[in-house]
Write a protein that binds this ligand. Structure first.
Ligand SMILES: Cc1ncc(COP(=O)(O)O)c(C=O)c1O
Length: 389
């Protein structure tokens, strides 16, 4: 089957936050949206078919996944990530951010410290603060175009603040790192040394750029596996975020119980029917579509790289190892962060994610989402080139 990822599907007036919230969020009505992490493509045909089948049945009562769902997840995790799972490890949630909130409540108390590595996906900070935990950050740093972990700072912050929980972003949004086994091993050893539980947000796990390889956090060691929650979802991979469904793997029964109890306290019980029907179809039949999608994303990345080189040479691309979110450094222009954002949004009329949303380390950066048809990516880059040159 061939898929056309360059076909533009109009998303305006479809309740999409990427498009329909522009004016409400103070952006020009004709802004081009390449911000939030969803994609401008319809999902895989096999997923649409599975959803249509449910719609044709017409009854949307309380529902639970059956063994077929678990088999589909297990096969995907094994084949794609060399991760052997057991059904009893799984706890479903309406999303990864929901799972983060559950983990914060399950594994820390009010006032206790939760650690993140900034710059990072901003709901991490929001969930920690909203749940009245102490936010502790260990800054990643950039060296030779690659963002890295300061392990000494990471450990010191844990000691100084008696950190209870670490929220790992793997692969990392927005710096595009796919952490190596060595890096994850070091992180896990530090966390084990100081009894810090790890929540591994692996939602971007299916977008890995060769030769990099995603390492599931709990495959690092038995001890690491016993001390973590690994959270994933078909939502990022197959563009299903609005269906509100994610899958968490917790091997340690004591951690699982605490996490499950927190989930139960929210009143959430059965998962979204359409969410798990879509995830099951994705994991059973979505591979071919995903392969084609990844080829398109690779071409978009090459297009972006080339465009910057030829037309915007002062914008520095941080080569991603994974994700479809690309971290761009505009510091050569010498603008303040506010000036930079104003130029991009109001003059170029392109809506990217401002780097400082992810932490102060993101100053002078912007994050661009390239999961879009090439004509839209090109139009956005032309708009930027016109203003910056
Ligand atoms: C690192 C990361 N975690 C979680 C999410 C959102 O997950 P969910 O929609 O399942 O809450 C995103 C979305 O961009 C993300 O980038």
């Amino acid at each position: 089957m061939t898929y056309n990822f360059n076909k533009i599907t109009d998303r305006k007036n479809t309740n999409a936050i990427k498009y329909d919230l522009a004016v409400a969020r103070g952006k020009p009505a004709d802004v081009l949206s390449l911000w939030v992490a969803d994609m401008d493509f319809p999902t895989a045909p096999a997923i649409l078919e599975a959803l249509h089948e449910k719609i044709n049945h017409g009854i949307f009562g309380y529902s639970v996944p059956d063994q077929r769902f678990y088999d589909a997840v297990a096969k995907w995790m094994k084949e794609e990530h060399d991760f052997d799972i057991e059904r009893r490890w799984i706890v479903t949630t309406p999303g990864v951010v929901f799972a983060i909130a559950c983990a914060i409540k399950a594994f820390s108390s009010e006032g206790q410290a939760v650690l993140i590595q900034t710059p990072v996906y901003y709901p991490f900070k929001n969930m920690i603060e909203a749940n009245k935990r102490k936010l502790v950050t260990s800054s990643l740093f950039e060296k030779d175009g690659k963002w890295q972990i300061d392990f000494a700072d990471f450990e010191q912050k844990i000691i100084d603040n008696q950190v209870k929980l670490f929220i790992l972003c793997s692969p990392h949004n927005p710096v595009g790192r796919v952490w190596t086994r060595e890096e994850l091993t070091k992180l896990s050893e530090i966390c084990l040394r100081h009894n810090v539980i790890v929540f591994a947000d692996e939602i971007h796990n299916d977008f890995i750029i060769p030769p990099h390889k995603h390492i599931v956090y709990s495959t690092i060691s038995k001890e690491a596996a016993w001390n973590c929650v690994v959270s994933t979802s078909a939502s990022k991979t197959f563009n299903l975020a609005g269906l509100q469904f994610s899958t968490n793997f917790i091997q340690n029964p004591a951690l699982k119980k605490k996490f499950h109890d927190e989930r139960d306290k929210t009143g959430y019980d059965e998962p979204s029917l359409m969410g798990f029907v879509a995830a099951q179809a994705a994991y059973e039949q979505g591979k071919e579509w995903l392969t084609a999608l990844k080829a398109h994303l690779a071409e978009n990345l090459a297009f972006l790289r080339n465009f910057l080189k030829e037309r915007l040479p002062r914008v520095r691309l941080i080569e991603p190892e994974g994700t479809y979110l690309i971290w761009l450094d505009f510091s050569a222009y010498g603008y303040s962060d506010a000036q930079l954002d104003d130029i991009i949004v109001n003059k170029a009329k392109v809506w990217l994610d401002r780097g400082t949303m992810f932490g102060s380390e993101g100053e002078n950066y912007q994050r661009i989402n390239i999961a879009t048809p090439r004509p839209l990516l090109q139009e956005a880059l032309e708009r930027l080139a016109k203003v910056f040159n």
